[in-house]
Design a protein around this ligand. Structure first.
Ligand code: SF4
Length: 267
């Protein structure tokens, strides 16, 4: 079984493919839900995920015009993130703002979709992509630059424009804002050369997926501890703990990528 012409790619599906071809097949072709907890203790992990979702919702409400003092925030960690957002928001954003907006561009015969936390634009001048990150560890610049999310988000914006406004690559930048490190946002400008490189890479990746006839398991078995399909694959009987994951994040960029992607999917 392979990709249908209607299949829509996203940064999440492309990243799953980069991490493990087998997981891409299970999640996006077979559409198989598998109930294994991704990390232990599951409840703590679940709480953290929900808290991240709540933070995104609070910020969206605020951007849509609800005054900060009318927004109710519960819980110490969430309140700390919220106070960080109010005290150190991304600087110098254009005033026309679109929270939670979906854009799409056609590439290699398929739609590539991107859901943005926030687009802030000044018509004909600038478009700033803001992504709110609630992960515990701030990733390195090098990782953020080559992250598939960065590639997809900037590329799709240039290809599709925003509400009828077109932007050239040099007018686009991406800002990763970190709830746990609000004074250290990552600001990634864009160039024509990067746009062309992204287009070539994304086209190559999608063509490769379309031609894929076998979907092998990843060789990096450490990743399987944090994958919901590990029971099905006969990998890593026990889920990794949240602490395991954080340890891995400290020393392994690829595992950080996995966590980050998963959070993106769930937010
Ligand atoms: S358990 Fe491992 S091999 Fe199986 S889908 Fe997940 S990451 Fe891939």
């Amino acid at each position: 079984m392979s990709i249908t012409p209607e299949f829509q790619f996203s940064q999440s599906s492309l990243h799953d493919y980069e991490e493990c071809v087998r997981r891409f097949q299970l999640r996006y072709i077979d559409r198989l839900a598998w109930p294994a907890a991704e990390v232990q203790p599951a409840l703590e992990h679940e709480r953290y995920i929900q808290q991240g979702e709540t933070f995104h919702r609070l910020v969206q409400q605020h951007i849509l015009g609800i005054p900060a003092d009318e927004i109710v925030v519960r819980g110490d960690e969430l309140r700390s993130w919220w106070q960080n957002y109010l005290a150190y928001p991304p600087a110098n954003l254009p005033m026309t703002r679109f929270p939670e907006i979906l854009l799409s561009a056609k590439i290699a015969g398929h739609h590539l979709v991107a859901k943005y936390d926030l687009l802030a634009i000044e018509a004909g001048q600038r478009a700033v992509i803001v992504d709110w990150k609630t992960t515990r560890k701030r990733p390195k610049t090098q990782w953020l630059t080559r992250n598939i999310q960065t590639r997809v988000y900037r590329y799709v914006l240039v290809r599709s424009g925003v509400m009828g406004h077109a932007f050239i690559p040099e007018q686009v930048e991406m800002v990763y804002w970190f709830a746990n490190a609000p004074t250290e946002p990552e600001i990634l400008p864009y160039t024509v050369a990067q746009f062309q490189d992204d287009e070539a890479y994304l086209m190559r990746l999608i063509e490769q997926i379309k031609g894929q006839t076998e979907f092998p398991k990843t060789e990096h078995e450490g990743i399987c501890r944090f994958c919901p399909y590990r029971g099905l694959c006969g990998r890593a009987e026990k889920a990794g703990t949240v602490e395991d994951m954080i340890d891995w994040l400290e020393r392994d960029e690829d595992v950080f990528t996995l966590l980050n992607t998963k959070l993106e999917m769930e937010f």
